[in-house]
Design a protein around this ligand. Structure first.
Ligand code: HMG
Length: 394
């Protein structure tokens, strides 16, 4: 049978971050609340030169080569930080990556957007096995200064190349979905910051997890014993843990310890980057694959996607022989290690500085941003992007 899945994954996060102990001290909060209670150490802060388009391109750069470039005929950008109400960010991304004539579009359903893209790509490649799909989740999470959500902000993107006979992981066809109209988190068109009913959103997340997990167990003959690891959408790293704990009693004691250890490995990148909305589940997956020494080909990994509003999907993947060769742990360690720490004043200024909305010309300061692809300026209501590296060869 033709097998479809993820061949390779790419990651990008901006070059600046805020230390959350510093944030706790500035806000008069016990730092343990942030580092233990919420489970976050740092959060990425996007400079003006990074948006959902540039971060998506920067994440996808490593996935392209001379061989696959011509076969990518579907390009989906999942984002809730879109830069335009009409034109899809995917079209800028297609040009900046030197791709052509793809079904390129943007898709929105809160943090579920990249999963919607992945499932669409799965169906597309099933129907066209000689073609490939590029799925990107790219977001800047903003709740506002001095809000309860402030500590759960972040910025970054994940890109996934979906193909037949994938070298990283095969996606299995059985998935379960739960969706309902729920007002837990939203961002009206006129607002740059999200509104969240914090406690309610965490309850909905757990409820949706339990429903999709129960459906999965009832519609397949699988149990928790069939899983080597479970990855969760990670708005903050304590959130997935709360959900995981609700089903741990279904496992033996030894397996509980293993699942908890794998869970911790899946949270290492998110702890330093924060919530990247659409990419967060896949950031957790990359962290697990690159940081765990316990995984083997043939292992089954469960993935729980949650997008406020709300929709959840539980799906599974099987690691492929030599999957390690498709990973880039050192590159991602460097990406994180080279970041600059912001002071509170720099963070607050960066947070409050906005691009002009009146059509005036504006040059963006690029001195803090060494990324290959950047937003350089605004001109007559247009964003002008530039590729500053030879890494992109159209
Ligand atoms: P809060 O109300 O300030 O925090 O906001 P809290 O009082 O609930 O405390 C948090 C935890 O810290 C608690 O642990 C405390 O006990 C603990 P828990 O009971 O939850 O296990 N704590 C301490 N621990 C150690 N030492 C201490 C200490 N003090 C307290 N001294 C909240 C927390 C997450 C609600 C807030 O940050 C928020 O509103 N965030 C945004 C919403 C969010 O992330 N929701 C998650 C579920 S919805 C989702 O995942 C979708 C989303 O990604 C969007 C999308 O789909 O697009 C958000």
């Amino acid at each position: 049978m033709m097998q479809i899945g993820i061949d390779k994954m790419g990651l990008f996060t901006p070059n600046t971050y805020l230390d959350l102990v510093m944030l706790a001290n500035a806000r008069g909060v016990d730092p343990d609340k942030f580092t233990i209670g919420i489970g976050q150490d740092q959060m990425a802060i996007a400079p003006l030169s990074q948006d959902s388009v540039t971060m998506g391109v920067n994440a996808a750069l490593d996935l392209l080569d001379g061989e696959n470039r011509d076969n990518i005929s579907l390009l989906v950008l999942g984002t809730e930080s879109g830069i335009d109400q009409s034109k899809a960010g995917a079209l800028y991304i297609q040009r900046l990556l030197g791709l052509q004539n793809a079904r390129a579009f943007e898709i929105k359903e809160a943090c579920y957007g990249a999963t919607a893209g992945l499932m669409t790509a799965y169906d597309y490649v099933t129907a066209h096995p000689d073609q490939k799909a590029l799925v990107i989740g790219s977001d800047i999470a903003r709740y506002g200064l001095e809000t309860p959500g402030e500590v759960t902000q972040g910025a970054g993107a994940v890109a996934m190349l979906v193909s037949a006979q994938p070298r990283l992981m095969v996606l299995e066809p059985q998935t379960t979905v739960h969706s309902a109209d729920v007002q837990d988190f939203w961002r009206p068109n006129y607002s740059k910051e999200a509104f969240a009913r914090g406690k309610y959103s965490t309850e909905q997340y757990i409820d949706f997890f339990q429903k999709t997990w129960a459906d999965y167990r009832n519609t397949t003959d699988r149990t928790i014993a069939d899983f080597k690891a479970l990855c969760f959408h990670l708005p903050y790293t304590k959130m997935g843990l709360k959900a995981l704990r609700t089903i741990l009693p279904e496992a033996t004691e030894a397996q509980q310890a293993d699942l908890l250890a794998r869970y911790q490995e899946s949270t290492l990148y998110s702890r330093q980057i924060g919530n990247i909305y659409t990419g967060s589940l896949y950031l957790g997956l990359m962290s697990l694959l690159e940081q765990s020494q316990q995984l083997q080909a043939g292992d089954r990994i469960g993935l729980f996607s949650y997008g406020s509003g709300a929709i959840s999907e539980f799906f599974t993947a099987i690691l492929q022989p030599n999957f390690e060769t498709q990973l880039a742990a050192q590159k991602h360690a460097d990406l994180l290690a080279k970041r600059q720490q912001l002071t509170m004043a720099e963070y607050e200024t960066q947070f409050q500085t906005e691009l002009p909305e009146d059509g005036s010309a504006f040059e963006i300061d690029l001195t803090v941003d060494p990324s290959p692809v950047v937003l350089t300026r605004m001109k007559e209501h247009e964003r002008i992007y530039e590729v500053l590296t030879q890494a992109v060869k159209p």
